[in-house]
Ligand binder design. Structure first.
Ligand SMILES: Nc1ncnc2c1ncn2[C@@H]1O[C@H](COP(=O)(O)OP(=O)(O)OP(=O)(O)O)[C@@H](O)[C@H]1O
Length: 281
């Protein structure tokens, strides 16, 4: 079978040619994860390794449980009153659902960027970057704070655009800039993993490209898991891919997971081929 996206080099292909090896981030693993809303089971038997230094893309049709799985990975699923789950989520081998683990510790290590950019609109750009520190109880002094703000905005690919107006409100930035500000805010607590739920779906193509470049750089220090409906984006930014599917009212399962190049060019399951070639979903 030939690739559906011959014109788009995958990140995995780019990588070997241009960039040195990477080692950042932590290993995140799910083991036999299942999830329910009330009595309705929406995920079944989800086992997936999300390697450090890599971007893992979660792909699949609407409603197959990708966002639910992502929210399980940083303990947000349990915020829904009717929600329950089974299985394990291991961060460098430790179960994030162990009773003695504090949720705030987990959220500090596993950050999340949402579909719609959600900066604090009235807070300044600087305050937005450091907002997460207060929530996690991290104290940072004056000059250290300024360095952290510059570092995080640089990593998020926004520093050059905002360095002369750090006191202006975050809400005054463009949508793409706001999303990069949210990425900077996530980075300020120095997470090991960054979860991204369709981070570009509200953005124009130029802003989308800019975020993709940022993702490409960031994976050198954080493990990234991204939900995307955009197959070209999955091919561009990820090194690994997991294809989720919920068939005819059954819970979502992973049909196939593996290196992105393989999922797009030589998938093992015909349903994966049908999906990545745009025949359904
Ligand atoms: N808060 C909730 N309460 C009840 N059911 C929910 C809730 N959130 C999601 N679901 C259901 O769980 C299933 C999985 O939803 P989820 O949003 O995880 O899928 P998805 O693959 O991310 O979809 P999309 O690509 O459209 O965002 C769906 O059937 C959905 O209706």
């Amino acid at each position: 079978m030939t690739s559906v996206l011959p014109a788009v080099p995958t990140a995995a292909e780019d990588e070997t040619a241009v960039l040195p090896p990477v080692s950042g981030g932590s290993l995140l693993e799910s083991e036999r994860v299942a999830a329910w809303f009330g009595s309705r089971k929406v995920l079944e038997d989800i086992s997936l390794r999300m390697e450090s230094g890599q971007v893992t893309a979660l792909i699949g049709p609407s409603g197959c449980g990708k966002s639910t799985f992502l929210r399980i990975l940083n303990r947000m699923h349990e915020l829904v009153p009717s929600a329950s789950l089974a299985g394990k989520v291991l961060l460098d081998g430790d179960d994030i659902y162990e009773p003695e683990r504090r949720i705030t510790d987990t959220r500090k290590r596993i950050g999340m960027v949402f579909q719609k950019p959600n900066p604090f609109p009235a807070m300044s750009i600087s305050e937005n970057v450091t907002a997460g520190l207060k929530l996690t109880g991290t104290r940072v002094g004056g000059s250290e704070k300024r360095e952290l703000i510059e570092e995080c905005l640089t990593k998020a690919g926004l520093w050059k655009e905002v360095r002369d107006r750090l006191g202006q409100p975050g809400g005054a930035l463009s949508g793409g800039q706001q999303q990069r500000l949210c990425i900077a805010r996530s980075l300020a607590v120095r997470p090991d993993v960054l979860l991204m739920d369709e981070p570009c779906s509200a953005l124009d193509p130029t802003s989308t490209r800019r975020i993709e470049e940022t993702i490409h750089e960031l994976r050198r220090e954080v493990t990234i898991v991204i939900v995307t409906h955009n197959m070209q984006q999955a091919a561009r930014v990820s090194q690994s891919c997991a294809f989720f599917l919920a068939e005819q009212g059954t819970p979502g399962v992973i049909v196939e997971a593996g290196p992105t190049a393989q999922i797009f060019s030589t998938p093992e399951d015909p349903r994966t081929a049908d999906y990545v070639e745009g025949r359904f979903g």
